[in-house]
Design a protein around this ligand. Structure first.
Ligand SMILES: [Zn+2]
Length: 263
């Protein structure tokens, strides 16, 4: 048995039996962890009020080599993300950020860059940075950190430098290539110079800086389509929270409903 302690970002909290909860959390040192918080559902639990999704906390836990689930002994909330969970859109966004980390970060692997990305994105959104911009920034960076979506600088097929106005996304979503390589493969889609510029900019610019000179919403929509295709091509499935977001947006009153079946 080994006692560990780390600063963590809480990803998910679900009930277990009548009295306990399972908490998934992200650490810099050991990546993603899942543990049982015994008695967390009881009225006067020591975990009371501490288990907030996307909150940053000091977590102490016991580990046994042969167990997947660790045993959490204490959680001390340092920063709440409640500001993000006051409305439906914010709740969906929280689930979406958390879903990415749960899908792309491994257990027991150092994950400092993922930690910093999630931490800074949550802070920026709580501070009022445009949610759509923050989401596109986050999803593109997750793909980059996972090593499946590099900065669009060089065509991976022919090795030529990519011109901002000469980039296409393969229909498979596997990579971004130059237009001549894209033309050779059926169904490759041109990517606008604005979207290519955004995908380059996020390499060096911080979210708050990008928010000051925010890209057009059509550019952000395009980045969303590109990232969705790349992510799906890699995972071979869609993130559950993304499906929920699409369905919720389609079903919101006053929003145009793209599906003719519902008329
Ligand atoms: Zn090429």
């Amino acid at each position: 048995m080994e006692l560990r302690s780390a600063e963590a970002l809480l990803l998910d909290v679900v009930d277990l039996h009548d009295y306990d909860r399972i908490v998934t959390f992200l650490t810099r040192e050991w990546g993603k962890k899942r543990g049982v918080a015994k008695g967390a559902r009881r009225k006067h639990s020591r975990f009371g009020g501490q288990l907030q999704p996307l909150g940053r906390a000091r977590v102490d836990w016991m580990e046994k080599d042969d167990r997947d689930l660790v045993r959490i002994s204490s959680v001390e909330l340092q920063r709440s993300a409640r500001g993000l969970q006051q409305d439906l859109e914010g709740l969906l966004l929280s689930a979406y950020l958390s879903d990415h980390i749960q899908e792309f970060v491994q257990e027991n692997e150092p994950s400092d860059l993922f930690f910093r990305l999630l931490d800074s994105t949550v802070q920026a959104v709580v501070a009022g940075v445009d949610r759509s911009l923050a989401t596109r920034y986050f999803e593109a960076w997750v793909l980059r950190l996972a090593g499946i979506f590099p900065v669009p600088e060089v065509c991976p097929q022919c090795g030529r430098q990519l011109e901002v106005a000469g980039v296409a996304l393969l229909a498979s979503g596997e990579s971004m290539v130059c237009r001549s390589c894209g033309g050779a493969e059926g169904g490759a889609k041109q990517v606008s110079p604005q979207a290519v510029r955004f995908l380059r900019q996020i390499d060096s610019a911080k979210l708050v800086d990008l928010d000051r000179d925010r890209p057009a919403s059509s550019t952000l929509d395009e980045v969303e389509r590109v990232c969705t295709l790349v992510r799906r091509s890699f995972l071979q499935h869609e993130l559950k929270s993304y499906r929920v977001i699409r369905e919720t947006i389609a079903g919101l009153p006053g929003e145009p409903n793209p599906s003719p079946d519902n008329h």
